[in-house]
Design a protein around this ligand. Structure first.
Ligand code: URA
Length: 237
């Protein structure tokens, strides 16, 4: 037996939080009976309808990585009709991105319809490392590097920097290219880290999530993950 919101999320149609909202809004029924409170557990035999549509609990699971271009929204739909990461993937299942990259951030993003894996990757307790390359204003001094090494407080909470390297320095233009690995999922976190050091980010790209790298995927290109990769991602729990 599993919680109703978990089963809805794992069917890949929405997040667990949104599934809770749908339940509370009276949009979910189990075996024909509307459920509007949280807490119900269901079995594999229960028939669940969400917004009048029968939940298919045996959908094919799909997993992709995309090299997200700049100027693309990291969500399944955009109210303003802008291009989203999902638009790049030719698939007949409803997938969504795991986590977010800013509109102007490029690089590696995972898309799937597997709510269980999405939860594993997004849950802070699993500490999934993500590596970014940032072009920042200015040249970092020893004090900046010490602050990065000891962890930066952002909005009252410390961000631990798992790894940090200066890749290049442009003394003429006074910019630096840095590589930073964090396990944090907070919005705009890399930009906030460098903002707090007074070295704002000019350009940002994610190059790695756990062991996954872009390889030869060019901007806008994607590929399906292999079964081996999916199993390895599951094992990060
Ligand atoms: N941190 C940011 O500031 N932006 C992103 O897109 C991802 C991480």
């Amino acid at each position: 037996m599993e919680r109703l919101q978990k089963v809805i999320a794992e069917a890949g149609i929405t997040s667990r939080r949104k599934a809770e909202e749908l339940i509370l809004a009276g949009k979910v029924s189990v075996n024909g009976e509307v459920i509007s409170k949280l807490g119900l557990k269901v079995s594999g035999k229960d028939i669940i309808d969400v917004d009048g549509v029968r939940l298919n609990r045996n959908v094919v699971r799909k997993y992709y990585i995309l090299n997200k271009p700049r100027g693309v929204i990291s969500s399944a739909i955009d109210e303003k009709g802008r291009k989203t990461v999902v638009d790049y993937i030719d698939t007949d299942v409803r997938i969504y991105p795991v986590g977010r990259l800013d509109y102007d951030t490029t690089g590696l993003i995972i898309l799937t319809n597997d709510g269980k894996l999405a939860n594993i990757l997004a849950h802070p307790k699993n500490k999934i490392p993500k590596t970014y390359i940032a072009k920042i204003e200015g040249l970092l001094n020893k004090d900046d590097i010490d602050r990065l090494k000891s962890g930066i407080i952002i909005e009252g909470r410390k961000v631990f920097i798992e790894d940090f390297k200066i890749r290049d320095k442009d003394f003429e233009k006074k910019t630096s290219l840095v590589e930073i690995t964090i396990v944090e999922g907070r919005n705009h976190i890399v930009k906030k880290i460098f903002e707090s050091l007074k070295h704002p980010v000019i350009r940002l790209s994610r190059i790695k999530i756990a062991f996954l790298e872009l390889g030869n995927l060019k901007s806008g290109q994607y590929r399906e993950l292999t079964i081996k990769e999916v199993k390895k991602l599951y094992s990060l729990k």
